[in-house]
Design a protein around this ligand. Structure first.
Ligand SMILES: [Mn+2]
Length: 366
């Protein structure tokens, strides 16, 4: 079997990204990979625009477009990043249950009590969601036990719960940094226990998760705001407050320092693409005006890494390819994913940051 070094010796990072090569045109298989991304083509409980189940394949297709060089990260392409094979059962179930769920969501939107009349269908969907999470938990556990760092590529925001659970079996405590337009703190949504809008409510049931830091939230219901205010594990950085502080002259760096200070040493990053300005994700399921810009999000993650914290896992969710084949959403998603994976690699000393931190402050990171 070829090693990662063998493959790198043959690899030209300046070459044309081959469309039939792996993710980003990289040569690594699972054996050589140090970071493995598990695709989760699943969007059963999506309430508004659907299609995020096609996110992983769209990001894979858009990924050879990227240049692999990242200014300030030494030989980033050497990280060893690979995409796991999609679980065919997950994709098939999502397709089948998605249309059933859409029917009952439409009934709810028309004022009918579908939870009463369609109890059996709800039970089937809720069970399928639980099984989806259990399958991911098993697969992520296998990869973690092989020494890989694992990321999830959704799919909707319900998909990474199984990875969080697998990490909780292996780490005593960790925190989540969530970049998202929504708080996702609903106690079930539209009758679905594992709704995309309930992911952080469900994550907080995992005892090992003792901090949830939310950034960019700007669409939040009263019950979620009450929960966020009353749960001492939650730190909410509302998008409007972030912008207002900037209008008043507080730098993004200073804000990032306050955000990073809320996080423990081990950090899981849950990146909902709708946390960004919708200009960068026009087709995402539930877009909201406002949000972070690309470089602000990357800078925030970089500050997490520079602080010496370790990114123990991550996800990118809710990337929704346009129905007309426009690659923009997937292009942005592919870039966020690559940068996040490489910064995760830096936090594990797999890669090295070479650019100076312009603040001049010493960082915990070599
Ligand atoms: Mn979300």
């Amino acid at each position: 079997m070829k090693t990662r070094q063998d493959l790198l010796a043959e690899f030209d990072p300046n070459g044309v990204g081959l469309v039939n090569a792996g993710l980003y045109g990289l040569p690594f298989g699972l054996e050589q990979a140090r970071i493995v991304l598990i695709p989760m083509p699943w969007d059963v409980t999506v309430s508004y625009g659907h299609g995020t189940a096609r996110g992983p394949e769209a990001i894979l297709a858009a990924s050879p477009q990227l240049d692999l060089h990242i200014p300030g990260i030494e030989r980033a392409w050497e990280l060893g990043l690979a995409l796991d094979e999609a679980d065919a059962e997950t994709a098939a179930r999502s397709r089948r249950l998605r249309s059933a769920a859409a029917r009952i969501i439409q009934m709810l939107e028309n004022g009918a009590d579908a939870t009463a009349s369609h109890g059996a269908l709800y039970a089937e969907i809720n069970q399928a969601c639980e099984e989806m999470s259990a399958r991911l938990q098993r697969r992520a556990g296998e990869l973690l036990d092989q020494g890989k760092v694992v990321g999830v590529l959704g799919g909707d925001h319900s998909t990474p719960l199984g990875l969080m659970r697998a990490l909780a079996e292996r780490h005593e405590q960790f925190g989540i940094l969530q970049i998202d337009a929504h708080a996702d703190l609903r106690d079930a949504y539209e009758g679905f226990a594992q709704s995309h809008a309930a992911i952080m409510f469900n994550a907080l049931k995992i005892p090992q998760i003792h901090r949830l830091t939310q950034v960019g939230v700007r669409d939040i219901c009263a019950a979620e705001a009450e929960l966020a205010a009353g749960d001492e594990r939650i730190r909410l950085f509302h998008d409007e407050e972030i912008q207002a502080r900037r209008f008043d002259g507080e730098s993004w760096r200073a804000q990032c320092e306050r955000i990073v200070a809320t996080l423990p040493d081990k950090v899981y990053i849950s990146f909902d693409i709708d946390g960004l300005d919708p200009v960068l994700c026009p087709n995402t399921g539930t877009p909201v005006p406002g949000g972070l810009h690309f470089n602000e999000a990357i800078f925030l993650i970089e500050q997490v890494v520079r602080s010496g914290r370790t990114i123990i896992g991550f996800d990118l969710v809710e990337v929704n390819p346009a129905a007309d084949g426009n690659e923009w959403d997937a292009n942005v998603g592919a870039r966020i994913l690559y940068r996040m994976a490489c910064l995760c690699g830096v936090s594990h000393d797999m890669l090295r940051l070479t650019k100076a931190d312009l603040s001049g402050q010493k960082s915990g990171r070599k």
